[in-house]
Design a protein around this ligand. Structure first.
Ligand code: BES
Ligand code: MN
Ligand code: ZN
Length: 500
């Protein structure tokens, strides 16, 4: 689907969408159309439930006296309260609706009052509508070969019409780069494990070089030299070689001498549980156990795409967790890169083993100003927070607060969870320095305590995105499937806190 920004005017063909505010208060374009249709819009509102409340949509098909195929009214709620997120949702909902309607072409008209739509400048308002439309148009359909035409989305192009199109185009160009990052993550998360395994995932990350990101890919031999036996132990049962990828985006001017922000991702391309094998039902979900690593690659795509003025390193550990004669076993002891020995109590608690070495490596090599990891780490996180908030664990209050704020601004919500010495006590081992499970409840917290032992007191935050990476319920800007959750959150964190 093609998205463009055009100068403010009513189109002659295709569908035209115009805003209505709370209590049936028509925007300027709605008023104009109501006039030229001799009151068809007022009639549609008076004969139905549509009041202009946020999120409402009603369509008037084949309006008499006009050459457009339909007029779509979208509710934006109270005129002075219109927000960035409300505009994104409007763009998303319109695309969702029109894609199922047979319409090929949609023009969304953005009416500004004194240069603003609610609290948002007109140019940004148009860009946010386009952003929502773009996010909603995502589909992962490369493996469908027999889909009937009448099931396919129909929209080919969306134009957002606004006064001052040039400024809006500039704003959209940046938002578009962020949308591209989200798409990269959604694609990675959606790929099945037979296609996306450590080597092929690393090849995808390597493509970031084209955007000016420095990408290093290390194989198992190099990892062994570095002493990453916690990560390598997870890969021991797999036919697929482990990979370790470091991506550097140096967008801050050299004169700023900015220490990098580091973002670290769990990249388990398939998690069978290993010898501690998972039950069969739903095991296929574990193709998206690389969601954290997927966010890191999507984030780097967004940052490099929009040339963010910040230094950010992305680090991902890529392994497949499989049972076999060479797999690691419960009771095994491995030595991590940090030197700490780990008793493997359960081979299904593998994500923390991957991150143990990735976090240690990252702080040691880069001395980052802060380190944030993302991981589909625990089923317990879904028990606690469901699919509404990601779990946030942090050793630093400012970092936690900044993440919380960024999450609210982007509608990628996080909720802070506790860390405490008493939880840490649950992972002490009788044979090694630490064991990889707690066995006394609070599974997400003990997992976070485990990670903390490998941060070497670097400012650190951990996002357990187990409940957020995949969705079975569509939202206006997030279709079912891979969500890309985390890309927008971290892009916003960088924009508001790290760019010089
Ligand atoms: N990848 C899983 C966690 C997960 C479960 C993510 C469901 C998304 C949906 C992780 O590796 C895992 O298996 N964790 C175990 C830990 C346990 C063995 C201590 C879990 O949560 O059951
Ligand atoms: Mn597991
Ligand atoms: Zn896992």
């Amino acid at each position: 689907m093609k998205i463009s920004i055009s100068e403010h005017s009513l189109p002659r063909a295709g569908a035209v969408a115009v805003a209505v505010h709370a209590d049936k208060a028509m925007g300027a374009s709605a008023k104009a159309l109501d006039k030229s249709t001799k009151g068809a819009l007022s009639k549609a509102m008076n004969n139905g439930r549509f009041t202009g409340a946020k999120g409402q949509i009603v369509a008037i098909n084949a309006p008499t006296g006009l050459s457009v195929s339909r007029i779509v009214l979208f509710g934006l709620g109270k005129a002075d309260k219109v927000s960035v997120l409300g505009l994104q949702d409007a763009g998303g909902k319109l695309v969702g609706q029109m894609n199922g309607s047979g319409e090929k072409q949609l023009t969304i008209v953005v009416d500004a009052v004194r240069g603003k739509v609610g609290k948002v400048a007109a140019a940004d308002a148009a860009a946010e509508v386009a952003f929502g439309a773009s996010l909603a148009s995502y589909r992962f359909d490369k493996y469908r070969t027999t889909e009937k035409a009448d099931k396919k989305p129909t929209l080919k192009s969306v134009a957002v019409a606004v006064k001052g199109a040039a400024a809006a185009r500039k704003a959209w160009a940046i938002k578009n780069k962020i949308a591209n990052g989200v798409v990269v993550t959604r694609d990675l998360v959606s790929e099945p494990g037979n296609v996306l395994y450590p080597v092929t995932f690393a090849a995808e990350a390597k493509k970031l070089s084209k955007l000016g990101v420095k990408v290093e890919v290390m194989g198992a031999a190099r990892m062994a030299k570095l002493g990453m036996h916690a990560m390598l132990g997870v890969a021991a049962g797999s036919q697929h070689e482990a990979q370790f990828v470091v991506m550097q985006w140096n967008g801050a001017p050299a004169s700023a001498k900015q220490k990098p922000l580091a973002v670290v991702g769990k990249g388990v391309t398939f998690d069978s549980g290993g010898i501690s094998l998972k039950p069969g039902a739903g095991m296929g979900d574990m193709k998206w156990d690389m969601g954290g690593a997927g966010v890191v690659v999507g984030l780097m795509t967004a940052l490099a795409g929009r040339k963010a003025k910040a230094n950010v390193v992305g680090v991902i550990g890529l392994v497949e967790n499989m049972p076999s004669g060479t797999a690691q076993k419960p009771g095994d002891v491995v030595k991590s890169m940090s030197g700490q020995t780990i008793e493997i109590d359960n081979t299904d608690a593998e994500g923390r083993l991957v991150l143990a070495d990735a976090l240690w490596y990252t702080q040691k090599r880069f001395k980052p100003s802060a380190m944030i990891d993302l991981a589909t780490l625990t089923g317990a996180m879904i028990m606690a927070l469901g699919h509404v908030h990601a779990g946030l664990f942090a050793s630093d209050d400012d970092l936690a607060n900044a993440l919380h704020q960024a999450g609210n601004d982007e509608d990628e919500l996080v909720w802070r969870m506790p860390l405490h010495q008493e939880y840490d006590n649950n992972i002490s081992s009788d044979i090694a320095d630490v064991k990889n499970t707690g066995r006394e409840g609070a599974g997400s917290i003990t997992a976070a305590q485990f990670l903390k032992r490998f941060t070497n007191d670097t400012k650190w935050a951990h996002l357990d995105i187990a409940g957020m990476t995949w969705s079975t319920k569509a939202k206006p800007t997030v279709p079912k499937g891979g969500t890309g959750f985390g890309v927008r959150l971290l892009d916003r964190l960088v924009a508001d806190n790290y760019e010089v």
